[in-house]
Design a protein around this ligand. Structure first.
Ligand code: KIV
Length: 271
């Protein structure tokens, strides 16, 4: 028997059970094979191939420019590095909002071409028909409410969402709708902790928070932020576990010095 067949893979059902058992769910982003391998080996429950790849891999200011083909490429790289975690892939902006048929086609392409396990999309009532169509085709869907970065030009800022009653009420009813439509989990991004708690207690599917306080059923962070590669991104909700920007720039400048002064390679590093 191979080692791989002994690994108990995380499924959407596992996440549902974790909520039931009150065991917190962990999720991080990854966009490439090497990172996915390390994140999976660290014991993460779920990996998000987020459209934040648009910012972190391609250097765009927003998540809007990344294409479906590019998301599929990132998902293919991640899947090859993962033995255990559930891999969820973002449907990028423009690939699902216009009509349910297009949404299903986009989701099918991701599942077929990358062999990922689920898709995520942003929004509530506005994308109801698209979610229904994708779920009916047997594809697991993760919802995403609160700060939905694909709508940044409508919001105008990346500030905390749903602080006012009207938006909070819409978020509560969208969360219920996503549960009723058959979503298996729901990301809550940058909303007041009290609201996230209320949502988490009112639905049976797990909530995964980012900037949504401690009472969500799980937490997700962007890998590059969490390991401190993204030096200028310092929101209140972020906990940095490493300072890789300083580590890596330090290592690079040491390498530059060593080569310039002909210290590298030395005798032992030569054939
Ligand atoms: O694309 C992404 O990284 C995300 C997370 C912020 C949840 O959607």
């Amino acid at each position: 028997m191979s080692v791989h067949s002994e690994i108990k893979k995380i499924t959407t059902e596992t996440l549902r059970k974790m909520k039931f058992d009150k065991e917190k769910i962990t999720m991080l982003t990854a966009y490439d094979f090497t990172t996915a391998k390390m994140v999976d080996a660290g014991g993460i429950d779920a990996i998000l191939v987020g459209d934040s790849a648009s910012n972190l891999m391609a250097g765009y200011e927003t998540t809007l420019p990344i294409t479906l083909d590019q998301m599929i490429y990132h998902a293919q790289c991640v899947i090859r590095g993962v033995d255990r975690a559930l891999v969820v892939v973002d449907l990028p902006f423009g690939s699902y909002q216009s009509n349910p048929e297009k949404a299903l086609e986009s989701a099918v392409r991701i599942m077929k071409e990358s062999e990922a396990h689920a898709i995520k999309l942003e929004g509530g009532k506005e994308v109801e028909k698209s979610i229904k169509k994708i779920v009916n085709a047997g594809i697991p869907v993760m919802g995403h409410l609160g700060l939905t970065p694909q709508s940044i030009y409508q919001f105008g800022t990346y500030k905390v969402r749903a602080k006012e009653d009207e938006e909070a009420e819409k978020l509560m009813s969208d969360a219920k709708l996503l549960e009723d439509l058959g979503c298996f989990a729901l990301v809550l991004e940058k909303i007041p902790a009290a609201l996230a708690k209320k949502v988490s207690e009112s639905i049976s599917i797990p909530t995964i928070g980012i900037g949504a306080g401690p009472d969500c059923d799980g937490q997700v962070l962007v890998y590059h932020d969490m390991v401190g590669m993204n030096k200028d991104f310092t929101p209140k909700f972020l906990r940095r576990y490493l300072d890789l920007y300083t580590e890596i720039t330090g290592a690079v400048s040491q390498y530059v010095k060593d080569v310039k002064r002909a210290d590298f390679p030395n005798q032992e590093e030569s054939y």
